[in-house]
Design a protein around this ligand. Sequence first.
Ligand code: PLP
Length: 326
Amino acid sequence: MTVRHIGLEECRQLADGFSKPYHANYFAMYSSLFGGVVTHPFLMMVPVDDHMVHRGDGVFETFKCVDGCVYALDRHLDRLERSSRALHLALPASRSEITEITIATIRTSAVRDCLIRLFVSRGPGGFTVNPYECPATQLYLVTTTLHVPTEEEYARGVSIKCSSVPPKKPYFANVKSCNYLQNTLMKKEAVDAGVDYTISLDEQGFVGEGASENIAIVTQDGVLKLPSFGRILKGTTVSRAVEMLEEPGARGRVQAISLEDITLTDAYNSREVLIFGTSFDVIAAVRFDGQSVGSGKPGPVFQFLHERFESDVRQNSAMQTPVYDR
Ligand SMILES: Cc1ncc(COP(=O)(O)O)c(C=O)c1O
C-alpha cells in the first residue's frame, strides 16, 4: 500500500470528485473559521484539532425552518446559552448575529423547509484534553433536509422500548453537549430492535427520555405526567405542548399536568404515551415494550396537540422568525 502525500492542488481535484449519496441532504454550512457560508460538501468540514471533534467539547441545537420561517428560534438560543454556560464556553457571536447567520445560511440554501444544526465548539488549538489550548470558540451551522412524518405515519403512531444504556448524570443530561454517546447508543439499540425509539430509565427505574426526544404519558384519569426535568434535557417541544394544554381553549383536554417520577407500570397502564421532538413535534407511541398502549391507536390528546402544533409552527408569528421577505 502506498500512502501518498496530498497537496493543496490535488485537494482541489479531490473536491471535484467528492460526492456521496447522503450529500443530497446537505444544503449549506456556515463556518466562523471561514467567515461565511459554503455549499460544496467537501468544504463542510470541522478541523480535527477542534476539541469538539476529539473531546466532544461543544454544544449544539437543532431547530427547523418550515415554509420560510424558523420555528422557536428564541427558545433554542435560550437553551444554547444555558448549555454553553454549563461548559464555560463563550458564544463566539451575539444572539442577533446568530440569527443573522441562520437566516443567511438558509437563504443560501434557497429552501423554505430545512433542519438547522448549530454547533458551538471549543475551537481548534491542539489535541490535548486541555480546553485552554484553544484560542477561540467557533460556530458551525448546517442546513439539511427536514424529514417530517406523513399524516399516515402520525395516524399509525410509533413503537418504543426501554433502553439498557445507562443514563447521563443530571448535570450532563441538562446540557445539549456534543458528547452524545449514550444518545447514539440508544438510537442504535432502537434500530437494532426494530422499534422507533428507546426510552432511558434512571437509576431508580423511572422513565427518562428518548435519544433525542422527550416522553409524557396521559394516565387513565386524564392527567398529563412528564418526568421531572432535573434528570433529562428540557425539550422546547414538550414545554410548548404544556403551554398549549394550559390555554383556555384546551380546557378539559387533560385533567391536570404534573411533573413527577413516572414508573414503568404507570407508563404501561397509561391511556396515551406521547413523544416530543423538534422535527416531528408530537407523535403517539402505540406500542411500549411489545404491549399496546391504551386503545393501540393515537389518542385525543395526541390529536389535539398535533393540530395545535400544525398551526403554531405555520401561523404563530410570535414563534416564527421569517427568513425571506414576505
Ligand atoms: C436528549 C434529548 N432529549 C429531548 C430532546 C427534545 O428537545 P426538543 O423538543 O427541543 O427538540 C432532545 C432534542 O433536542 C434531546 O437531544
